[in-house]
Design a protein around this ligand. Structure first.
Ligand code: ZN
Length: 157
């Protein structure tokens, strides 16, 4: 188990476009495992490789239904709309309101470098959009309607 340092907004690596993965190597396999460990440790629902400083088109997502690993993901189709709170492990302690499609269909490669098509609604659709944006150097804060605000960590509980 290896936890990698999560890069925060302002780090140049988060503004860069990532390169396609052309073959699975031991190094990439280790990266994916570390990304999962890092996401779970930070209690996130998704993490993109540039967030740990690696400019490869890889994202990991887990919205509570088990880990998804997407290599070279591409959005094929979107529909509907959802407006809700969004946060990012690279912008700790903050969240903001973002409108995203409510349904997203994605094509990607899995860890065996086989093509898979995944569909998501609600939170999963949001996670697909958010994480894939990271691969093109885009941060959700550019999409926030109104102001970014501090996350309330349940002090009222
Ligand atoms: Zn993010």
């Amino acid at each position: 188990m290896a936890i990698r340092k999560i890069r925060e907004m302002g780090d140049d690596v988060l503004a860069k476009s990532c390169k396609e993965v052309t073959k699975m190597t031991l190094r990439t396999q280790i990266l994916i495992n570390d990304m999962l460990d890092t996401m779970y440790e930070a209690m996130g629902v998704g993490l993109a490789a540039p967030q740990v400083g690696v400019l490869k088109r890889i994202v990991v997502i887990d919205v509570g239904d088990g880990p998804l690993i997407l290599i070279n993901p591409e959005i094929l189709e979107t529909s509907g709309e959802q407006t809700g709170e969004e946060g990012c492990l690279s912008v700790p302690g903050k969240s903001g309101t973002v409108t995203r499609p409510n349904y997203v269909k994605v094509k990607a490669l899995n860890e065996e470098m086989e093509e898979v098509v995944l569909e998501g609604e609600g939170l999963l659709a949001r996670a697909f959009c958010h994480e894939i944006d990271h691969l093109d150097g885009k941060m959700y804060v550019e999409l926030v309607e109104g102001e970014l605000h501090d996350v309330n960590y349940g002090e009222d509980d």
